[in-house]
Design a binder for this molecule. Structure first.
Ligand code: GTP
Ligand code: MG
Length: 212
């Protein structure tokens, strides 16, 4: 029988749940999980919010606003005709990579008029995923330039949209002039496994670049 605690008349009795079995890493203080911050950047509508949503183990924080006819001239929706909203501040999600490593994912807003927020969003991050779409490669140049100039480790992740031509990572590397030490991969922002592979590549790369 569940034990019931009630010490005052009229107070709803508390049902004490049997104690959840704690895992070793939850009790071993020397193995407290390291929390790290990762930024997901890239051009407008490339799939940043989709990536954070696909992999987050908590309900992601989203700041989506409906797109209206007023932005037709500014925001090119030809590559993503089904897109109805845009991120106006940030996406936030959490992903536990293993017992020792928790990633906090911060998706940036893609529209140029919100780029001023990047400086705040990247503060304290260990690295960034720069998402690219091969149909509009130039849209990721501002993000590449940004992380190159601030010296933050990054990987280039090509979010392959169905129906678009599939390129080899080497072709993308050459087209974007990405240095050889920076990982370039083809992935699908909708698929959790694919996103995890991308995040693992970023963490490994960030550790190589800044081992301490
Ligand atoms: N087919 C396909 N559609 C995708 C993929 N990734 C995202 N989408 C769709 O593309 C659109 C853009 O996705 P978002 O995740 O909102 O893009 P975003 O980069 O966060 O956009 P902004 O925040 O407005 O810059 C949405 O309609 C998604 O459903 C993909 O890998 N394949
Ligand atoms: Mg978004």
């Amino acid at each position: 029988m569940d034990s019931v605690v009630s010490d005052a008349v009229g107070v709803t009795p508390l049902v004490v749940e049997p104690e959840e079995e704690l895992k070793s890493w939850q009790t071993d203080r020397t193995r407290a999980p390291a929390a790290t911050k990762i930024v997901v950047a890239g051009g407008f509508g490339v799939g940043k919010t989709t990536l954070v949503t696909a992999v987050s183990e908590i309900t992601p924080l989203q700041t989506e606003a409906l797109m209206t006819e007023a932005s037709e001239a500014t925001d090119d929706l030809s590559a993503t005709p089904g897109k109805l909203t845009t991120t106006v501040a940030m996406d936030f999600g959490r992903m536990t990579l293993d017992d020792d490593l928790v990633l906090y994912l911060f998706g940036t807003p893609g529209q140029q008029r919100f780029w001023f927020m990047w400086d705040d969003l990247v503060r304290g991050a260990i690295g960034a995923v720069v998402l690219a779409d091969t149909r509009r490669l130039k849209d990721c140049f501002p993000a590449l330039d940004y992380f190159e100039s601030c010296g933050m480790p990054y990987v280039v992740a090509v979010n392959h949209f169905d129906g678009s031509e599939l390129f080899e990572p080497q072709d993308v590397r050459e087209a974007l002039s990405v240095p050889t030490h920076v990982p370039v991969m083809i992935m699908d922002a909708r698929r959790r496994i694919s996103v995890i592979e991308t995040l693992l590549a970023l963490v490994a790369h960030a550790l190589e670049e800044t081992p301490e």
